[in-house]
Design a binder for this molecule. Structure first.
Ligand SMILES: *[C@@H]1O[C@H](CO)[C@@H](O)[C@H](O)[C@H]1NC(C)=O
Ligand SMILES: *[C@@H]1O[C@H](CO)[C@@H](O)[C@H](O)[C@H]1NC(C)=O
Ligand SMILES: *[C@@H]1O[C@H](CO)[C@@H](O)[C@H](O)[C@H]1NC(C)=O
Ligand SMILES: *[C@@H]1O[C@H](CO)[C@@H](O)[C@H](O)[C@H]1NC(C)=O
Length: 180
């Protein structure tokens, strides 16, 4: 390899690591599942890259029968030598109405909820008798949550929410991300 070519590669590596530092978190995948289409369905569910520094998640679920009563939230991490993800932080279930009425009572759920709160229309008391939206949740926000608010080690993660009504799981949203 010629010295010039080598230098160009080093330059690339340097600028790449600069980008990495300014944004350590990235969304890698999103999966939305409705288990009962008569109950709820997703109008949209996607990750949208706008440019190198701006990429966001948008989810809209239409509820045909209300209300949603329980929500299970957890963050799972992929571990080497283990086929799949294992609970990393929390795998908790909250009564949506009681929790949103006073989020301070449950700090764990509050932390998990904080990932979507500013971008969702769930910030009100019950009932949830309308479509639920998480709109334009950007990587930069998640990055601040996992590097400044509560530092999280590098790795592959999935943020999973399961939505229950009348004791039955109706829908699930999984957002995959990586911290490097
Ligand atoms: C990326 O897109 C956002 C939204 O359109 C814009 O505000 C920002 O300046 C863009 N950043 C770059 C580096 O182009
Ligand atoms: C998380 O908790 C729910 C409810 O307790 C349980 O059904 C589910 O299997 C758990 N998920 C994992 C991956 O442990
Ligand atoms: C909501 O919070 C208020 C004040 O803390 C309390 O009086 C009320 O009973 C709560 N309602 C529910 C449904 O938990
Ligand atoms: C909604 O969010 C705002 C700002 O975060 C907060 O002041 C308000 O109390 C919240 N409303 C409810 C019903 O939780």
């Amino acid at each position: 390899m010629g010295i010039q070519k080598y230098c160009i590669m080093v330059l690339c590596a340097v600028s790449f690591s600069v980008v990495q530092i300014s944004s350590k978190f990235d969304f890698t995948n999103i999966k939305c599942n409705s288990f009962d289409k008569e109950f709820s369905d997703f109008e949209h569910c996607y990750i949208k890259p706008i440019n190198r520094s701006y990429k966001y998640v948008a989810v809209k679920v239409k509820l045909f029968k209300t209300p949603i009563t329980k929500v299970n939230i957890g963050i799972f991490k992929r571990f080497n030598g283990y086929n799949g993800y294992r609970p990393f932080m929390y795998n908790i279930t909250v009564d949506a109405c009681r929790f949103l009425n006073d989020t301070k009572r449950n700090p764990t759920a509050s932390y998990l909820y904080s990932f979507m709160k500013p971008f969702s229309n769930m910030n009100h008391s019950c009932p949830f008798d309308h479509d639920l939206i998480v709109d334009k949740l950007p990587i930069q926000f998640v990055n601040d949550q996992v590097t400044k608010v509560l530092p999280v080690p590098e790795g592959d993660y999935v943020y999973e929410t399961n939505w229950f009504a009348y004791g039955i799981k109706r829908a699930a949203v999984k957002v995959y991300g990586t911290i490097s």
